[in-house]
Design a protein around this ligand. Structure first.
Ligand code: C5P
Length: 228
């Protein structure tokens, strides 16, 4: 891979807590690429819709919200998410957002607006983007595609530990149930469903450490070279 080439896309897709965002951030840092968390965008919209009590079935209200929402992902020590200049980085990780996001993520108008925003980053940067439809819909011609997965038990335990560390009161059973619901919604929606792209490198992270997954991904990138 040439160090001064621009517009390289590394796509990482997979279900919740499969390790995508952790790995994407490591890869981005190692390669000096820009990391874009597309899930954070859906979370930010969900947050704004909940704040404004928007009726998702009212296209006029929805279009107005889309046109009047200024969404910014800022790179710092970690990624910060701003909506209309307000820092909502912590708020978008609330379990209440997880409970409401599926309805927002299956909306055609919102997906179109966010896919456009996601594609815009490629114009000026080399990017690592994670999500559900990055290798299939957003960047079907991405230079490198990865699909990360893990058993529901492992993924739920990861999320449980994250939330407990943040002082949230939640049970593992509840997380399993909610994750299964979100997986189902992600896999079965008509627009932009979660799918492993045919040409993606598939990794089951259940039994692997973060370092092992990161080195698998980096080796794959190194061995494949730049196909663009
Ligand atoms: O990646 P994360 O778990 O933060 O994503 C939250 C939700 O946002 C997903 O469950 C999915 O419904 C939605 N999403 C999506 N398409 C993406 C990224 C996230 O529909 N590219």
């Amino acid at each position: 891979m040439s160090s001064n080439q621009k517009n390289i896309v590394i796509a990482l897709d997979g279900p919740a807590a499969s390790g995508k965002s952790t790995i994407a951030q490591i890869i981005a840092q190692k390669l000096n690429f820009l990391y874009i968390d597309s899930g954070a965008m859906y979370r930010a919209f969900t947050w704004k819709m909940m704040q404004n009590n928007i009726n998702i079935d009212n296209n006029t209200e929805l279009n107005e919200l889309i046109n009047n929402t200024h969404l910014v992902l800022k790179k710092g020590f970690s990624i910060k998410v701003y909506v209309d200049s307000l820092d909502i980085t912590t708020k978008i990780r609330d379990p209440e957002i997880d409970r409401n996001i599926s309805i927002v993520a299956k909306n055609d108008l919102i997906r179109k607006a966010l896919v456009k925003l996601q594609r815009s980053y490629q114009k000026n940067y080399n990017i690592v983007m994670d999500g559900r439809d990055i290798g299939t819909i957003v960047f079907p011609k991405a230079n490198y595609k990865f699909y990360l997965e893990a058993s529901i038990e492992v993924r739920a335990m990861r999320r449980f530990q994250e939330l407990i560390a943040k002082g949230k009161e939640i049970t593992l059973e509840k997380i399993i149930k909610e994750m299964q619901n979100r997986d189902h919604a992600d896999f079965t929606r008509t627009i932009g469903p979660l799918k492993c792209a045919k040409d993606a490198f598939r990794i089951d992270t259940s039994e692997l450490s973060i370092e092992q997954v990161a080195s698998l991904v980096l080796n794959c990138i190194k061995n494949k070279g730049n196909k663009s």
